[in-house]
Design a protein around this ligand. Structure first.
Ligand SMILES: [Zn+2]
Length: 271
């Protein structure tokens, strides 16, 4: 029950955009280029009707990601520069990469993975550079009218405050670890949160699901990272996204098909 939103936002009745004969799950955030045995993952996702969205993180990974789109046209791709990667790049190289992404506009679903990270580096100079780069990517997403997928590790509040300066709604906070007050702020801003498959055991994400309307949710794996069964050394894959769907259905006491349907609608709206 979402009782903290104003009544007009609680009225969320909408007609499904999904044809009833087509039902698909979507892993809105992964790194297929870093996964072992890519053909097998793609095959399994095809069999289980799971759409893979994979994100680039640097110059090399963006090109590999484009290659994957060429090889497997059914996947969706995003291109971006991971916040820690941008610290290693000159302003000129960043501009070149943004130009490259713009040139591939017709092949991408959105921008990502981009954002702010204060987990590994925590100094003002790095934060300023990360913000400058993130700002450029938000402007690019706005220009292309595409969604942007945001990383915000240990910089949750800073990231939200920064993004609020852009007046843009197609924002998806990936694997968001901030407090519930910040989760509410994200929803009030009309943005979305993507729930990793680790929600199977992770109480923080279970709480996020509880307080977030389904209209603001997506499911993700961040594969090959964050395996839902915490098995040491075991690589995660997009197939695990079904764990997020199942847990959301359980927490919200909804039919699994209803959850798939709603989240597919969210995808149709944001893409
Ligand atoms: Zn990621």
């Amino acid at each position: 029950m979402v009782d903290w939103l104003p009544p007009e936002q609680q009225m969320g009745v909408r007609f499904s955009l999904v044809p009833f004969f087509k039902m698909k799950s979507i892993d809105i955030h992964s790194h297929l280029d870093s996964c072992p045995d890519i053909p097998e993952i793609v095959r399994e996702c095809r069999e289980k009707d799971i759409v893979i969205v994979t994100c680039g993180t640097d110059i090399e990974s963006n090109r590999e990601t484009l290659e994957l789109k060429h090889e497997y046209p059914e996947i969706e791709i995003c291109l971006g520069i991971y916040p820690l990667e941008c610290l290693e790049m000159s302003d000129e190289d960043i501009e070149k990469e943004i130009k490259f992404i713009r040139e591939n506009e017709d092949k991408i679903l959105g921008i990502g993975e981009v954002g702010l990270d204060l987990h590994t580096v925590n100094d003002l100079k790095s934060l300023e550079k990360q913000k400058k780069v993130l700002g450029k990517f938000v402007e690019l997403a706005k220009e292309l009218e595409k969604p942007i997928f945001i990383h915000s590790r240990d910089a949750e509040k800073e990231t939200i405050e920064f993004l609020e300066g852009f007046d843009y709604k197609k924002i998806v906070m990936h694997c968001f670890s901030g407090g519930m007050n910040l989760v509410r702020q994200i929803v009030q801003n009309g943005w979305s949160l993507s729930i990793p498959s680790s929600v199977k055991y992770n109480e923080h994400f279970q709480k996020v699901v509880e307080i977030t309307p389904i209209e603001n949710l997506f499911c993700e794996t961040d594969a090959p990272f964050l395996h839902p069964d915490k098995i040491q050394g075991m690589k995660n894959t997009s197939v695990s996204v079904l764990e997020s769907y199942k847990k959301i259905a359980e927490i919200k006491n909804l039919d699994l098909k209803k959850v798939e349907n709603e989240i597919w609608d969210n995808f149709e709206i944001i893409k």
